[in-house]
Write a protein that binds this ligand. Sequence first.
Ligand code: CTP
Length: 209
Amino acid sequence: PTREPIDPVRYISNASSGKQGTAIAEALAQLGARVSFVTGPAEAADPKGCAIIRVMTADQMAAAVETALPADAAIFCAAVADWKIANPAAGKLKKDKGFEAPELDFAPNPDILARVAGLGEARPALVVGFAAETENLLDNARKKLARKGCDWLVANEVGADKVFNRDATHVVLLTRDGAEEDWGEMSKPAVGARLAERVAGFFAGKAQP
Ligand code: CTP
């Protein structure tokens, strides 16, 4: 997840555990890739064998990703907050004036995946996104792949009791050329291993985006 401050002690974030990203990074490192792992404040343990770059906000994540380029492949698994508070308070918001709820102004965060996928010469050869959807999984994921300009998209259904912070997951891999692979129910480490193998296969010339 990323974490967007409201004031020095409060923030907006989401329920992502970081387990899937950690599993992918570790699997790639095991296959011999040099991995820069840019992470928000996730509870999952750090992936072994990777350079770890810690950030809090989406803006910091965007800057850290830019610094990590150039790269052969870029995989975007973070649950980035779509909005930040436009003017976080310098001091703790107080209830001096009673219990009236504060009015928060939101501003959009950068779309890190779309930005990297849209780079010209500096674009990684393989850009992989994730999609978290609560409904119309494949339809929304296919549109997201096109909108963000990525080569592959790993779609998974999320909800109150699904995926976020769970060990098991169910993903469908979509590719830009229209292929659709349902991987069925698997553990997050198994998804990481399979995706890492596929990335290695891509660079070995066995798969096309
Ligand atoms: N992503 C990103 N920067 C953002 C938001 C999302 O890089 N500001 C990336 C995620 O890491 C993921 C992909 O974009 O790889 C899709 O994220 P998702 O949350 O499914 O979609 P959104 O872009 O937030 O779109 P929507 O809210 O309409 O589902």
